[in-house]
Write a protein that binds this ligand. Structure first.
Ligand SMILES: Cc1ncc(COP(=O)(O)O)c(C=O)c1O
Length: 448
């Protein structure tokens, strides 16, 4: 029997948990047969041909970075020579997880530390996180109970927004921003609202714009510092102004500091050191600074002197229990990452600085392109001054991929308002590969 037939003759009834008008609209737009059974609150989710359909909450989800990879892979399969400058994964280039961290992981597995750990994370790792966050980012009064280890920040974002956001809520995020901060609020029927970051001022946040976008639905202000995709490091003055705005409006701040130790020129200032009594929800992880994105370990923590976020945090703990734990041997590896030698960080920053300098110089020499100098991480976010025959940044990036094999990400994928007309490149590649990509971009711009 074909799948189609199977689905059309079987009685597949999925429980519908929400019955709000928006959802019903989405269902009808997608031509789903909305057959209510006699039991109110239940409906079939099959289309006219009897196939199961995607739930509305995942229909609109996008992740521009990986969407471009799918296009690129098709071309690569056809034999096109590509230069991949689209994914912020150091281990896909010439960066390796330090050996002492790998050894600690292997040893933990050998010693049968392969049990389910505490859902919040093993104690030794949480102790090491407390020490790191106090020393590097100025966290105050932190205890291991305030730390939750997650499968990367990505799981932390999922948990946080699940626990914080109700349908209709808004969260203020920088424009442009790392796409998960746009996608997950949508997933929970809430909304991210981007505030302007000012390209001509090294992509610093615009405080007046933040103020003007606060409504009675706003639940939190997010900062990503250092920033992906712009490479900006926020100045102390800007951080303090955001703290003041949050304080005036009784809002918590969410701060993603995953690139905290990859700053080139500007001194990085951790939000906990300037937040006074404003409640903070902090996100961080091991993927970037410790060169181990595939291990999937990150963490979140609270700095919350008046316990204003405690209930939301309890929700995160419940979600953490449902997914049992993060990979246990990997957590032992991460304990070693924080407590062992830190030499690789300086080496990584120096290697990246050289690559940043090359790509920054070359991009500004190409007619029709201009860029700010990234101050941290491994991303550059140039402006397309001359789109030529292309309608927008997405068309531009797809044509650059097809014609010259340079894989970048279109800026509007990081925010349709403040990212539009820009694109993001990753400068993790070796110098000669970056130069090759710049030669190709230059040739492309001459034909535009
Ligand atoms: C700002 C930012 N936050 C979070 C993530 C995802 O981190 P993780 O690997 O810890 O899930 C990324 C990945 O590129 C990022 O750039």
């Amino acid at each position: 029997m074909s799948n189609n037939k199977f689905f059309s003759c079987s009685k597949i009834v999925l429980t519908k948990f929400f019955l709000n008008s928006d959802l019903i609209d989405v269902y009808s737009n997608n031509k789903i047969m909305n057959e209510k059974s006699s039991n109110l609150g239940e409906m079939k989710m099959v289309d006219a041909s009897g196939k199961l359909t995607q739930a509305p909450r995942v229909k609109g989800l996008e992740y521009a970075i990986r969407d471009i990879s799918a296009e690129a892979r098709k071309l690569s399969a056809q034999g096109k020579d590509l230069i991949w400058l689209n994914i912020g994964d150091p281990n896909k280039y010439d960066f390796e997880t330090p050996k002492n961290i790998v050894d600690a992981f292997v040893e933990a597995a050998r010693e049968n530390k392969s049990f389910y750990s505490e859902s919040q994370g093993i104690v030794s790792l949480r102790e090491a996180i407390v020490e790191k966050e106090k020393k590097i980012n100025g966290a105050k009064n932190l205890s291991i109970d305030d730390i939750h280890v997650t499968a990367g920040i990505s799981e932390g974002i999922m948990f946080l927004f699940a626990s914080l956001l109700s349908p209709g809520d808004e969260i203020l995020i920088p424009g442009p921003a790392y796409p998960s901060y746009m996608a997950f609020p949508k997933f929970y029927d809430a909304k991210s609202v981007t505030y302007r970051t000012v390209s001509t001022d090294n992509w610093q946040p615009d405080e007046d714009d933040i103020r003007s976008k606060i409504t009675d639905k706003t639940k939190a202000i997010l900062i990503i510092n250092p920033n992906n995709p712009t490479g900006a490091v926020y100045r102390e003055k800007e951080l303090k102004q955001i703290v003041d705005i949050a304080g005036e409006h009784n809002l918590p701040i969410i701060a993603d500091e995953i690139y905290d130790r990859l700053s080139f020129d500007q001194k990085f200032i951790g939000m906990p050191s300037v937040a006074k009594d404003v409640p903070l929800f902090m996100m961080n992880g091991f993927s970037k600074v410790y060169l181990m994105p595939g291990w999937r370990v990150g963490y979140c923590y609270l700095q919350d002197p008046d316990d204003k976020l405690r209930e939301v945090y309890e929700g995160i703990i419940k979600l953490g229990r449902l997914r049992l734990c993060v990979n246990t041997p990997a957590q032992y590896g991460c304990t070693e990452a924080l407590t062992g030698p830190q030499d690789h960080i300086k080496e990584t920053v120096e290697k990246l600085r050289k690559r940043r300098d090359i790509i920054y110089k070359r991009l500004n020499e190409i007619e029709g392109i201009s860029t700010q100098k990234p101050e941290a991480a491994f991303y550059i976010f140039p402006k397309i001054e001359n789109l030529g025959k292309y309608k927008n940044d997405k068309e531009f990036i797809l044509a650059l991929l097809k014609e010259e094999g340079v894989v970048g990400v279109f800026g509007s994928g990081f925010d349709p308002t403040y990212g539009s007309g820009y694109f993001r490149l990753v400068f993790l590649s070796q110098e000669e590969i970056i130069s090759d990509a710049m030669n190709r971009l230059e040739r492309f711009m001459k034909k535009i």
